[in-house]
Design a protein around this ligand. Structure first.
Ligand SMILES: Nc1ncnc2c1ncn2[C@@H]1O[C@H](COP(=O)(O)OP(=O)(O)OP(=O)(O)O)[C@@H](O)[C@H]1O
Length: 213
C-alpha cells in the first residue's frame, strides 16, 4: 500500500520535528517527506496524544516543527492548525448535525469510500454511532485539505472492513496530495502496513528501539 521511493533518491523534507517535547514527554525528532507516514507507538498514557497536540501547536511545548522548511511561528495559529490538522481519538462536534462541519468538495465520493450513507449528514450527532462519527470526523478533516494529518487512533472504533476502508482512503489522500501523516496506534500490524517510518516511545514517553507491546 505504501508508496516506494526510488533507491538513492532524496526527497525534500515536508514535515519535521526537532527536539519536540511536552512536559517530560520526548524530546522526539523526525523528518518526513511528501507521502510519508510516521507510525507512533507507545504504551497507554506515555504521551502520544500530547505529542500530536504539540505538533498541532494546541498546547505549549518545547522544540519546533517545520512545514516545507518554514517554522510554525511564521504561520498564524489557525493557518498552522488547518495545514497540520489533528484528528482526536474522540471527535468533537459543535453543530447539531455533521453537514455544516464538512466542506462539500469530494464529499459524496469519500462517504461512499467509507461506506457511509449520505443521510447521516443530516442526523443529530447523538444518533450517530461512534464508528460512524469517527469516519465522518476523518472526512471532515480531509475536506480542509491539510498538508499533515495527525491521526490519534483513527480506526479505534471500527470493524475489519472499515479499518481497511479508512487505511485506503488515507493512503490515497497522502499520495494525491503529497501529504504526510503521523499515525498513533496500538496495532503493530496496522502500523507496519500504513507507516513508512516508525517511532516507539517507552512508558515514560522517551524514544526507544524496543518494540511496544
Ligand atoms: N493537559 C494535560 N496536562 C497534564 N497532563 C496531561 C494532560 N493531558 C493528558 N495528561 C497526562 O499525560 C499523560 C499522557 O497522556 P496522553 O493522552 O498523551 O497518553 P497516550 O499515550 O495518548 O495514551 P493512550 O494510548 O491511552 O491514549 C497521561 O498521564 C495523562 O493523564
Amino acid at each position: 500500500m505504501n508508496r516506494q521511493r526510488v533507491a538513492g533518491a532524496t526527497a525534500a523534507p515536508r514535515f519535521e520535528a526537532e527536539a519536540l517535547a511536552i512536559a517530560a514527554i520526548g524530546p522526539i525528532d523526525f523528518t518526513l517527506a511528501a507521502g510519508d507516514c510516521l507510525g507512533l507507538a507507545a504504551p497507554s498514557g506515555a504521551g502520544k496524544t500530547r505529542l500530536l497536540r504539540a505538533m498541532a501547536d494546541l498546547d505549549a511545548h518545547a522544540g519546533s516543527c517545520r512545514l516545507d522548511g518554514h517554522p510554525a511561528e511564521v504561520f498564524s495559529a489557525p493557518d498552522w492548525r488547518r495545514r497540520v490538522m489533528f484528528l482526536p481519538a474522540e471527535s468533537a462536534w459543535w453543530f447539531d448535525t455533521p453537514r455544516p462541519h464538512i466542506r462539500p468538495d469530494r464529499l459524496a465520493a469519500r462517504l461512499a469510500a467509507l461506506d457511509l450513507d449520505t443521510r447521516l449528514l443530516d442526523q443529530p450527532i447523538e444518533r450517530i454511532s461512534s464508528g460512524q462519527r469517527q469516519r465522518l470526523a476523518l472526512i471532515r478533516l480531509l475536506s480542509y485539505n491539510p498538508d499533515v494529518l495527525l491521526l490519534d487512533e483513527p480506526t479505534a472504533n471500527l470493524d475489519g472492513p472499515n479499518i481497511e476502508r479508512v487505511e485506503a482512503l488515507i493512503d490515497e489522500y497522502r499520495q494525491q496530495n503529497d501529504a504526510c501523516c503521523i499515525w498513533v496506534g496500538h496495532d503493530r500490524g496496522q502500523l507496519e502496513r500504513v507507516a513508512t517510518q516508525h517511532l516507539v516511545l517507552d512508558a515514560a514517553g522517551k524514544p526507544t528501539d524496543t518494540p511496544c507491546s
